[in-house]
Design a protein around this ligand. Structure first.
Ligand SMILES: [Zn+2]
Length: 446
């Protein structure tokens, strides 16, 4: 991507797309600069009432993506991003144009606005805008089971049999299960068995991948788009099940064969795309290889070498960060990557603890990222699922797959990771398994 003078464009050519806690995203809809078409601009926000700035600076994000994530995940699955200089005059007129068009949610407007003093923004390829463009965002979560080698006898049977994501979902619902029991309703586990398991999605087995997509779709519908594992964008806008645009179903279920059953239509359309892409096996392999000890094995090394108990309930984040050596810089990440990519890297027993912690943080990034699949018109032929084999590259013609949300995780969170893991496994073992074991909570024994 050549250097582009973004602040020479007209602010009205940038349309509001979405925003999170720290950033606001615009997409370019102008004709004046063709190189900017299909690009989005991420702008830093500032609170109307000043508070602590916890976010990692844009520059660090972009470098981390370029120098660490891209070589590991493969350039074809990564978005190109660049930091661009933006004048405060231009940012001020963008903020004015957004306010005049009244496009931001009121709650957000009350809280914050574009940071006109940021001096820069991040330009990325745009995955959602464009007429007739359907984009699917899937958060695949954990795609592997840990090896028993570094697990304790108390957890090994559970963690090597049931997947982390299904166990975590059970814990998040725990209060609701209790209430259901009290009123004599059906136990929530009966429902869990019908829900998405990442091990199905990652399985490379067309039937299981298709089942995972159908289950995701069903949860998306029943929660009215409230789940974070699946989202749809059509013509650049987020789609909610209760407000389906007329052309949505037709795009999802391009085959008349699936009329009336959008979940099957969705699965039949997107299973071949996922199976033909290296994205899922690559993510699962990275998640597993960067987390060889499991958090339990890693916490034991931290305890033995640094005298820090990551499970201590009152452990402060600052203490975790400083004892573990602080948040790694991009330079340290790069040096680590060179060591880790050497022909014979040290095995997990001999690797320095700091290297293992960096690897674990990166594994956490890959466990929490999202896959974006963008399909532009025209839709696939109706019989795509049956006519294309999984390894036929033409199965993904017309679909573009990228991985997003690949930001570095804070090292201060290591204590939280350890305690959360213990809570999830104990809940599963003591409450779920003890109360009538689900023979098949997730894809492991399918
Ligand atoms: Zn599972």
């Amino acid at each position: 991507m050549a250097r582009l003078r973004v602040d020479a464009t007209s602010p009205v050519d940038w349309l509001y797309t979405a925003e999170g806690g720290a950033n606001l995203v615009l997409s370019y809809a102008g004709d004046a600069v063709p190189d900017l078409q299909r690009h989005a601009l991420r702008l830093r926000k500032r609170k109307r009432i000043a508070g602590p700035q916890g976010a990692i600076p844009d520059q660090v994000d972009v470098e981390f993506g370029d120098k660490v994530v891209r070589p590991l995940l493969g350039p074809e699955l990564c978005l190109e991003a660049q930091v661009v200089a933006l004048s405060s005059e231009w940012l001020r007129s963008v903020a004015g144009s957004l306010a005049a068009r009244n496009v931001r949610p009121l709650k957000r407007v009350e809280e914050d606005d574009v940071d006109v003093a940021a001096g820069k923004g991040v330009l990325v390829e745009d995955l959602i805008s464009g007429r007739g463009c359907l984009s699917v965002e899937i958060k695949p979560k954990w795609g592997f089971l840990p090896s028993r080698d570094h697990l304790s006898p108390e957890t090994a049977d559970v963690k090597s049999a049931y997947c982390r994501t299904c166990m975590h979902r059970a814990l998040k619902r725990a209060p609701r299960i209790t209430t259901a029991k009290r009123v004599g309703a059906e136990p929530a586990l009966a429902v869990d068995r019908e829900e998405f398991c990442p091990l199905d999605l990652y399985s490379r087995d067309p039937a299981r991948t298709s089942r995972a997509l159908q289950q995701l779709y069903a949860s998306w519908t029943s929660s009215d788009g409230g789940i974070n594992n699946l989202r749809f964008f059509l013509d650049g806008k987020l789609v909610k099940p209760s407000e389906l645009p007329p052309q949505f179903e037709e795009k999802m279920t391009s085959s008349s064969e699936f009329d009336g059953d959008p979940a099957s239509g969705f699965a039949s359309r997107f299973t071949p795309i996922l199976l033909a892409s290296p994205v899922l096996p690559r993510l699962a392999a990275l998640q597993a290889s960067l987390d060889p000890l499991d958090i339990e094995g890693l916490a034991a090394r931290v305890r033995d070498e640094l005298g820090l108990d990551l499970y201590r309930p009152d452990l402060a984040e600052d203490e975790v960060a400083s004892t573990l050596g602080g948040q790694p810089t991009t330079q340290e990440w790069q040096a680590w990557l060179e060591r880790a990519s050497a022909p014979a890297p040290p095995n997990e027993q001999d690797a320095p603890l700091r290297d293992l912690v960096l690897a674990y943080l990166l594994s956490a990034t890959f466990k929490d990222c999202s896959i974006f699949i963008r399909v532009d018109s025209p839709p696939f032929p109706a019989n795509i699922a049956t006519t294309l084999s999984a390894d036929d590259p033409s199965a993904i013609a017309g679909a573009e797959i990228k991985v997003i949300d690949l930001d570095p995780k804070p090292i201060a969170r290591m204590g939280k990771y350890a305690r959360m893991d213990r809570e999830i496994v104990e809940h599963w073992r003591d409450s779920v398994l003890a109360g009538g074991a689900p023979s098949r909570c997730c894809g492991t024994t399918a």
